[in-house]
Design a protein around this ligand. Structure first.
Ligand SMILES: C[S@@+](CC[C@H](N)C(=O)[O-])C[C@H]1O[C@@H](n2cnc3c(N)ncnc32)[C@H](O)[C@@H]1O
Length: 212
């Protein structure tokens, strides 16, 4: 059983969040900067493209995309995380909302890419797949991609090896298991690819099937 997460827990983390990710090593942020760079690369966006960041936090992923000239929309349910993102990125559009919806009217549009960093592992696989389907169908332009950088393992054995190594420090969440996640996404009619980036994180690229 995995506990539901609430905005208050992230509000309390907001001030120290950027310090938490800075070491770039160890669970859960091993390879954090490489994961974000891989998401940006896989999103395949550039100057003027509209990108929605789901669970934007303090805006680290959004910042990398804005440096590429993208226009950014960011959603997060933590007001304190958003305060940091707004201070960093005054040119982006942010709103306090759950990634599961509902969203403010100004977010109800189609984007060139959807991205998400370290957020969707809060949901069980069935809900992840449901969300991916909805995001692709309602919010992506034709040919666009949903790119997810998150806590993920190739399979249950890889997750189990880290769980054993960490012992009592391990806190179970709905970390992505690439083998079952790819199977579920593909069974739902989506085109999905995965790359393992670090000991505990990887990047999924999800698209609607392209017409030949
Ligand atoms: C670990 S942080 C990741 C932040 C940022 N994307 C990054 O890569 O550094 C997870 C973020 O997701 C947000 N979050 C978690 N569950 C959410 C939900 N159901 N709806 C909206 N935001 C959520 C949290 O408030 C937090 O800012």
């Amino acid at each position: 059983m995995v506990d539901e997460f609430f905005p208050e827990e992230f509000d309390a983390w907001a001030e120290s969040y950027d310090e938490s990710v800075r070491p770039d090593t160890g669970f859960p942020f091993d390879g954090y900067s490489r994961v974000l760079a891989a998401v940006v690369q896989a999103a395949g966006v550039g100057q003027g493209d509209a990108v929605l960041d789901l669970g934007t936090g303090t805006g680290n992923l959004a910042e990398l995309l804005m440096r590429r000239g993208c226009r950014l929309w960011g959603l997060d349910f933590s007001g304190e995380m958003l305060a940091r993102a707004r201070a960093k990125l005054p040119g982006a559009v942010f709103a306090q909302a759950d990634v599961r919806g509902p969203w403010p009217q100004e977010f109800e549009r189609r984007y060139d890419a959807l991205v998400s960093g370290y957020t969707l592992h809060h949901f069980p696989l069935e809900e992840k797949v449901r969300l991916c389907r909805r995001y692709l169908a309602q919010y992506l332009k034709v040919g666009g991609r949903l790119v997810i950088g998150d806590l993920a393992f190739e399979n249950a054995a890889a997750e189990d090896a880290l769980r054993q190594a960490m012992g009592p420090e391990w806190e179970q969440e709905y970390f992505w298991l690439a083998d079952e996640s790819l199977a579920a996404l593909r069974a739902a009619g989506l085109d999905a690819q995965y790359t393992q980036i670090s000991s505990c994180a990887g990047v999924f690229t999800v698209q609607l099937h392209q017409l030949a």
